[in-house]
Design a protein around this ligand. Structure first.
Ligand SMILES: NC(=O)c1ccc[n+]([C@@H]2O[C@H](COP(=O)([O-])OP(=O)(O)OC[C@H]3O[C@@H](n4cnc5c(N)ncnc54)[C@H](OP(=O)(O)O)[C@@H]3O)[C@@H](O)[C@H]2O)c1
Length: 330
């Protein structure tokens, strides 16, 4: 089968596209004929070596997948050949990567694709929507009527935080790096969208939420507590989910005197069972038209190196070149 893989970590040009043996499903796995995959910043961190990971080479890239079951292992009970399925959280912990014509996935990680939903749409939501759901519901316990602020409302995670927070009944403020992105945030349902390059974001937040923000969801890799803490309400929470190397200043005064809390989390620490309710909601909301993916562009899988380069420039190089997910098709 054709696959995108690496034999060593390094820049995007270490990515190879070529023939590898197709995997065989073990007893609890399904063999998936891949319809679409997408790129996450974590893929870039692992491929580049920024995040050291135990890899066996050749290492097939990719976390998320959508496609059709081609074959089932002997003890698989929930799926059969021909079923359309999606999954996230592959490509580590002895689970195979997904950037290939075929991928094997244990049935515990598989979800049915709702009727009428394309592989491209569901895969573009997969990891980022589960992340937003887990963070808002399990970690921060967002309540209806609360105010939420998230940086980057057209980003992978940010666009899902905006939409899911609205579904959960919050008042949502977000930012975009251009007027087009600001308009896109409003289309996603944000109550307030601010151009962080041309407007005074903090003044706009204070005006919108004079009693402070109940939940500040930080998508940036350099959280700024000096800014965020004074803008929080009493008992306000901050969610942190990026920035392994960040060592920001933390002003204690505006933190403890308001009974605030900071919650760090990484979605990959949640088990398949813990992630399933989030995936079920994402499926249901997508089928009902309550949530939609933001896809920047769809590329052939052969262009994985180009896609990694784009993601790296946009997220790590902070060029903001992307306005949604990069989806790839074998
Ligand atoms: N912990 C977890 O479970 C988990 C899960 C998924 C992702 N992550 C991490 O979360 C981070 C974000 O992931 P992502 O997929 O959402 O990335 P992304 O799609 O690249 O989004 C990044 C966002 O940041 C915004 N941004 C950049 N500079 C900004 C600034 N100075 N002020 C305000 N906004 C700014 C961008 O807005 P513009 O485009 O408008 O400039 C963009 O919307 C990554 O580091 C990723 O690895 C963690």
């Amino acid at each position: 089968m054709k696959a995108s893989y690496i034999n060593q970590t390094g820049p995007a040009n270490v990515i190879q596209y070529g023939e590898l043996p197709a995997p065989k499903p073990n007893a609890s796995e399904c063999l998936i004929k891949v319809g679409a995959v997408d790129v996450n910043p974590l893929d870039v961190y692992i491929r580049s070596g920024m995040v050291p990971a135990k890899l066996t080479f050749p290492h097939i890239l990719g976390r998320d997948v959508a496609g059709t079951v081609a074959e089932c292992g002997s003890i698989v009970t929930k799926f059969k050949p021909g079923d359309r399925v999606w999954a996230s959280n592959q490509g580590f912990d002895a689970r195979s990567g997904t950037f290939a014509e075929f991928a094997v996935v244990d049935e515990v990680w598989l979800h049915a694709i709702p009727k009428g939903i394309s592989d491209e749409d569901i895969v573009a939501l997969s990891l980022v929507a589960i992340t937003a759901h887990l963070g808002l519901v399990n970690v921060a316990k967002l309540q209806p009527g609360e105010t939420l602020f998230v940086n980057g409302g057209t980003g992978g995670v940010g666009s899902c935080v905006v939409q899911i927070a609205k579904i959960l009944g919050a008042r949502v403020m977000t930012t975009g790096g251009s007027d087009d992105k600001v308009r896109a945030c409003l289309k996603l349902g944000a109550d307030l969208a601010i151009n962080y390059k041309t407007q005074d974001v903090d003044a706009a937040i204070k005006n919108f939420a004079p009693n402070g923000i109940n939940l500040w969801w930080e998508t940036l890799r350099e959280p700024n507590f000096e800014r965020a803490l004074p803008l929080l309400s009493s008992r306000g929470r901050i969610v942190i989910m990026a920035g392994r190397d960040a060592r920001p200043v933390f002003p204690v005064g505006p933190f403890y005197t308001k009974n605030c809390s900071v919650h760090g989390f990484a979605m990959f620490n949640f088990s398949a069972e813990e992630q399933r309710p989030a995936a079920n909601d994402v499926n249901q909301w997508l089928a009902q038209g309550l949530i939609r993916p933001r896809i920047d562009r769809v590329l052939p899988l052969a262009q994985t190196a180009v896609a990694h380069q784009l993601q790296e420039e946009s997220t790590i190089g902070k060029k903001g070149t992307l306005a949604g997910k990069l989806v790839l098709k074998p």
